[in-house]
Design a protein around this ligand. Structure first.
Ligand code: FEO
Length: 399
């Protein structure tokens, strides 16, 4: 039995073989679905549920802790199905269990479980539950990373249960941060996790950090990856989140040019566009990325951290190339609003790629540059000069 602190047990499930999370996020080192049991003198609470696939394993771990006792509460800090898919199985085993969650989570869990008659006990910021010698306090932590998210605080043990916040898709059998074996892989996964899951919500991340600092936990028990402890990785993890979520003052504009090119025509346009941008904004950081064969998660991270970007695509089957659409599927839909973007590409027959991309980006409320630069087949010297002028004019529009 894995007792983390007196009366607090780890009932997490490991999934070392997971390689893709949420359909599109690479998880090269697997993940874990963390869950905890807190046993007070009079009441028992389970904190965070589990993925439906692992319901049996999770419930068996809880039963091993309970030794015949019944739990009273199931606290859901967040209802994404990797933490709620096993809720129904849990309720079937312990029908008198009371779900405790935020208002927003209450609505979501009804829809996720298809149980309109569920009646969770909703809690708001500062509410608490007395378990008998142990207390659970609840703090709203919205958009970390769903509207429903909250932290649960166990003051007697100085443990904060933060669900996804400060988590990582990384799977090692040991529970605590000081027992991590592959530190470099952990650090890489931690950064990727932040980029994919928390980065769109940077202002809320900073608020979440403020709340945690006030609590001053000894242990942060996340819902994925190793637990973070004061004196080992907790301080560094929080500092990383702070730095990654804080926009540097007076930082140079970052303008990224993403393209696909079948025969090198769109690539040539991209190269001259970069020249045009660099001449207009010499202090800016301008990079061009060929998407063919590139790591799309990495490209999405570059896109989402760019202050403006351009997409270059040939037209095939009367639209943009699948790789370009895949990149757009990774876009941070929260922060794309009003982001300047321009479109270019070489085409052969009809050239629908650019208007299709413009339509999609407009739907996302990006600031789509009105002029689209397209060339039929191989660009001439005049076309390349015009591409440079296009890049220059787009960059001038950003001033
Ligand atoms: Fe780990 Fe947002 O679910």
């Amino acid at each position: 039995m894995n007792e983390l602190a007196s009366g607090v047990y780890n009932v997490s499930v490991l999934n070392p073989g997971l390689r893709v999370f949420d359909v599109e996020m690479c998880t090269n080192y697997g993940t874990s679905y963390n869950s905890y049991v807190v046993c007070g003198a009079s009441k028992i609470a389970i904190i965070d549920a589990n993925h439906a696939t692992f319901a049996d394993e999770w419930l068996a771990k809880i039963e091993a802790v309970l030794e015949g006792r019944n739990p009273h509460y199931l606290v859901l800090n967040h209802t994404e199905p990797d933490h709620s898919g096993a809720v129904l199985a849990c309720l079937e085993k312990w029908p008198s269990l009371t779900i405790v969650c935020s208002n927003s989570a209450a609505l979501m869990i009804k829809n996720i479980s298809n149980r309109a008659n569920l009646a969770p006990q909703t809690v708001k910021d500062g509410d608490s539950l007395d378990l008998g010698g142990l207390t659970l306090e609840f703090f709203n932590a919205p958009f970390l990373h769903w509207p429903d998210t909250m932290f649960t605080w166990l003051p007697e043990r100085k443990i904060a249960f933060t669900c996804d916040f400060l988590g990582v898709h990384f799977c090692e059998p040991q529970v605590f941060d000081h027992r991590i074996v592959y530190s470099r892989e952990y650090a890489t996964s931690f950064a990727e996790y932040y980029g994919a899951i928390m980065a769109p919500f940077a202002p809320w991340v900073l608020k979440g950090l403020e709340k945690l600092e006030l609590l001053s936990p000894e242990i942060v028990a996340t819902s994925h990856g190793p637990l973070l402890t004061r004196g080992c990785l907790l301080e560094q993890a929080m500092e990383n989140y702070r730095q990654w979520s804080t926009k540097p003052e007076n930082s140079a504009a970052k303008i990224s040019v993403f393209y696909c090119s079948a025969y090198g025509y769109t690539r040539k346009l991209a190269e001259r566009i970069v020249e045009g941008i660099s001449k207009a904004l010499p202090q800016s950081e301008v990079c061009a990325y060929d998407l063919v064969g590139a790591d799309l998660c990495l490209m999405a991270s570059e896109l989402n951290s760019s202050s403006a970007f351009l997409l270059g695509s040939p037209t095939i089957n009367k639209t943009a190339l699948p790789t370009i659409w895949s990149l757009l599927a990774h876009i941070d839909a929260v922060n794309i609003v009003k982001r300047p973007v321009a479109l270019f590409g070489s085409y052969g027959w009809s050239g629908e790629a650019l208007p299709h991309l413009a339509e999609r980006l407009s739907t996302l409320k990006a600031a789509v540059y009105e002029t689209q630069f397209k060339v039929q087949f191989a660009p001439t010297q005049e076309d390349l000069a015009a591409a440079e002028a296009f890049g220059n004019e787009f960059a001038q529009s950003l001033k």
